[in-house]
Write a protein that binds this ligand. Sequence first.
Ligand SMILES: *Cc1c(COP(=O)(O)O)cnc(C)c1O
Length: 355
Amino acid sequence: MKTWEKYIRRVEPYIPGEQPAGSDIIKLNTNENPYPPAPEVIRAGQELPMDRLSRYPDPEASILRKALAKHYGLSQEEIFVGVGSDDVLGMAFLTFFNSEKPILFPNITYSFYEVWAELFGIPYERPELTRDFHICTEDYKRENGGIVLANPNAPTSVFEPLLWIEEIVRANQDSVVIIDEAYIDFGGQSSRELLTRYDNLLVVQTFSKSRSLAGMRIGFGMGSRKLIKAMNDVKYSYNSYTMSQAALLMGEASVRADAYFQETTKRIMETREWLKAELRRLGFSFPDSMTNFLFITHEEIEAEKLFLWLKEQKIYVRYFRKPLLSEYLRVTIGAREDMEVFVAKVGEYMTSQKR
Ligand SMILES: *Cc1c(COP(=O)(O)O)cnc(C)c1O
């Protein structure tokens, strides 16, 4: 081994879902939105001022932060924006989790939390979820260097009531508590309303799921001025220009397009409720999702086999070959027509298994 190789930072990277090519694929594996971005967003993209691209974008990302601040009744100083919520969450880990005490997050949750903890050398502990995938608030009342919870959680789809979140934030006023709300727009109640009472709370959301903009990479954090200032100081020490001009303008247009946002999220929730009934009829069980995906299992079916068979049929869902998760499939709520094909195919598979 060469000397320089010894000094390479060793990391085990996060593994994102596959992005298969081809138009005949039904893609239900990465929780993307089946609908296109709002017409306002497409127009903003078509009208991008190309002559501006020789200039750096606004490092303060004011146009987007102002739009979000107005929309959520906060001030610009209470908003941080980043390249997807992964960027916002990574920056928050780097900024806030610097104590020798372990940070806390559940044993089943978004797997990126562990990756960042390893990357940044942050000690961590992972309290177990209950058998029906809920947190025990008592687990988050021990000494810690910070807390991060996805609410609703991934990949379980379970939403925890705001009362429980407040209980945890209240009990931990010496730590920063991050609530990752990637799926909050599909029926949950945001912790944002706790911000007026707690300056140690950071609420993180994304444009990737409910706003149909996974490809544009936009995420944001909401928190007290002190928290946001600290995150900006770290960001300006690393890369000042994280948000491209395109992301700023299209992001701003998306916040403006509220009617479209309401309509498309409502449609996804309707399809979700329809899919719940269909899958129950086929004997599947799943937590009562408040997200744009279902986390499904079946007593008589091996999840991995169904996953592989569906893939042959060009239907992609997500399978995690991991302890505790290996009997489940995570299925994104796509367009109604695609979900009808999905249900028909699953039915076909089950009939073929019985013979
Ligand atoms: C999708 C997702 C994210 C990251 O989304 P971005 O595309 O980076 O905004 C963060 N947390 C959870 C729980 C997610 O499911």
